[in-house]
Ligand binder design. Structure first.
Ligand code: SAM
Length: 248
């Protein structure tokens, strides 16, 4: 614990307990502590993290699900009916899809990501509860899903390129750049998703995306221009903002 604290781990006591539980023996524990003290994210060292009451497997380089993204899960639950067809786009580990599938057992859940390692994690985390596709945004989806999705939830990369340098080293140095980099204003992916989503959504349908607080006005305009009625949801406690676009 002292070594973790000296290395700057804010939750050294909790992390020490997690590392002790993950290690097979003292030599193994030493190896895990060395990795953590060197700055590797705890989630990569132990192979996963808790999210929404589930253990989510996360391989090195794959985006570590953030607690703030539970706002997206709660928003999906609010707008989706119990048997809704839901796509987790830019799914990473499919943490969002897995928790949504857990809370809406009669819904049909699918997930998609461009990164093969993320897709492998997603398949593990969805474990037969939903199909996982690999490719650029909507491109790998079967045409049968066109106009058939009730909700698309998408936590796309939204960090402005220049702001990546100011992120904590755990994210900046260990998560793949493609999981974070949203282009000059952070909204490159959001623009593409907003334009494409209406072709895949049923009527009524909803697109739910996470954004940063400086992006509210731009995201609202982009959603309106794409034909959505936009609303903003905020969770101050978790520091989360979601833009919800509805089409009738
Ligand atoms: C911020 S992470 C979010 C991951 C996950 N939804 C979560 O909340 O934990 C963004 C994800 O978008 C994926 N991604 C980036 N560009 C993509 C694209 N053009 N098509 C599909 N996925 C993409 C990345 O591989 C990454 O897994």
């Amino acid at each position: 614990m002292a070594r973790l604290r000296a290395a700057g781990c804010v939750f050294a006591e909790d992390e020490a307990r997690i590392l002790i539980d993950a290690a097979d023996d003292e030599i193994g524990l030493e190896q895990l502590v060395v990795r953590r003290v060197a700055g590797e994210p705890l989630e990569y060292i132990v192979g996963g993290t808790e999210f929404g009451g589930l253990m989510i497997a996360v391989a090195p380089g794959v985006f570590v699900p953030r607690q703030r993204s539970l706002l997206l899960v709660e928003t999906v639950i609010d707008v989706a009916g119990p048997t809704a067809r839901i796509l987790d786009l830019c799914c990473g580990s499919a943490a969002l899809a897995a928790v949504v599938a857990d809370r809406l057992p009669d819904a049909t859940v699918a997930a998609a990501d461009i990164d093969p390692i993320a897709v492998a994690c997603a398949e593990l985390n969805l474990a037969g509860r939903g199909q996982v596709y690999r490719g650029d945004l909507f491109s790998p989806l079967p045409s049968a899903l066109r106009g058939a999705l009730d909700v698309v939830v998408c936590n796309a990369p939204y960090v402005p390129t220049a702001a990546i340098a100011t992120m904590p080293p755990e994210a900046r140095d260990h998560e793949r750049r493609a999981t974070l980099d949203g282009g000059e204003d952070g909204l490159d992916l959001l623009r593409r998703v907003a334009v494409a989503a209406p072709h895949w959504l049923s009527r009524p349908g909803h697109l739910v995306m996470e954004i940063g607080d400086s992006q509210v006005d731009s995201a609202t305009t982009i959603f309106s221009d794409a034909g959505f009625t936009p609303t903003i949801r905020t969770d101050r406690e978790r520091g989360a903002i979601a833009v919800v676009g509805s089409v009738d």
